[in-house]
Design a protein around this ligand. Sequence first.
Ligand SMILES: NC(=O)c1ccc[n+]([C@@H]2O[C@H](COP(=O)([O-])OP(=O)(O)OC[C@H]3O[C@@H](n4cnc5c(N)ncnc54)[C@H](O)[C@@H]3O)[C@@H](O)[C@H]2O)c1
Ligand SMILES: [Zn+2]
Ligand SMILES: [Zn+2]
Length: 404
Amino acid sequence: MRAVVFHNIGDIRLEEVRDPRIQNHQDAIVRLTASAICGTDLHMVRGTLPGMKKGTILGHEGVGIVEEIGKNARNLKEGDRVVIPSTIGCGACSYCRAGYYSQCDRANPNGPEAGTAFFGGPESSGPFHGLQAEKARIPFANVGLVKLPENVSDEEAILLSDIFPTGYFGAKLAEVKPGDTVAVFGCGPVGQFVIASLKLLRAGRIFAIDTIPSRLDMARAQGAEVIDFNAEHPVETLKELTLGIGVDRAIDAVGVDAVRPHAGPAGKEARAKSEVYRQELREVAPRTNPRGGNWLPGDAPSQALEWAVEALAKAGTLSVIGVYPTAMKFFPIGAAMNKNISINMGNCNHRKYIPHLLNLVASNVVQPTRILTQVEPLTSVIEAYKAFDQRQAGWIKVELTPAA
Ligand SMILES: NC(=O)c1ccc[n+]([C@@H]2O[C@H](COP(=O)([O-])OP(=O)(O)OC[C@H]3O[C@@H](n4cnc5c(N)ncnc54)[C@H](O)[C@@H]3O)[C@@H](O)[C@H]2O)c1
Ligand SMILES: [Zn+2]
Ligand SMILES: [Zn+2]
């Protein structure tokens, strides 16, 4: 079968690989009808989420048809159409039972302390072969896979595999209550689903911060008040628009590849700190390999976190869903502590939220495909990665169709 294979930082290839096989009784083999590219994949290819093993198939978003099942995947049958949660949980340990699927004690072969088990990730996450492929082995398939009703399309379902649940998780971690004023840092696909989720939770005002025009346009179309950090100082603007109080909740949907402003009133301040950011980058991502305008890491790993803490009102809540590697040790702890900020963060417990969000999609309460901007055949995957990596105008969320 064909799959996207990680060779090295800055080197991924579409290749012929061996078909997956059932290894455990709770496995299923799924033939993928939809996959997608995520901002998390970019961290891995840029080298800012290190530890990838050569030969690992990338991708952690998938929809498909069950083709084969192990003898203990008793709730599934061949031909079932399913969405695959990005993170893998066993469903039996105390963490899974409490809904912390991303902290499962058993799914990660490196042991209970090794971290979240997910498809297509670094060695420490399994590694499990990913879903940018024609087929995949799904461990604990009886727990993870969620059956899809006929009236939910692949385009809708692929967004339920990772980014809609993650956006919803981010809004929940922020402890958003009806009427709250919320700032969302990052208007990539995840940030867009944070905004959609804030609307579901009846936030009062939603601010969206980024610098890419097509992404700010999409946030505005969803009803957010937008701020371009290369035109205005995001913290000063947020204060000015909230009577100097700041926002009740802030959500980091940026992660380790954060960039600093290179123009506008915030640009000067960031320039003065450029050596600090360079040092952060050296520690977080000692190996990178930018090539031909691609795979360029961000230039200010702590920038979004810093702004989020500064923009928060006293006693506000910070939610961090942007991904940071374990080497990331830079956070304005003193500023947060002295404002009585609460901080919640982590990898999404996808399986906990998918059934609820699937109902909202099936009943047309949410139209997730508003955020899907490209559908590309797997044969064009490398070009699609490059366009998404460069954040080309209009490239927000890319679905891949492995069968096309
Ligand atoms: N916690 C989880 O379970 C989980 C799941 C999926 C994705 N993620 C993470 O969510 C993050 C976003 O994912 P995505 O697919 O939307 O990625 P993306 O790279 O497409 O989007 C990131 C956006 O942040 C913007 N940005 C960069 N620096 C900024 C700054 N200083 N201030 C404000 N905005 C800034 C970029 O312009 C871009 O639009 C990534 O870190 C990804 O790894 C986390
Ligand atoms: Zn993802
Ligand atoms: Zn478990």
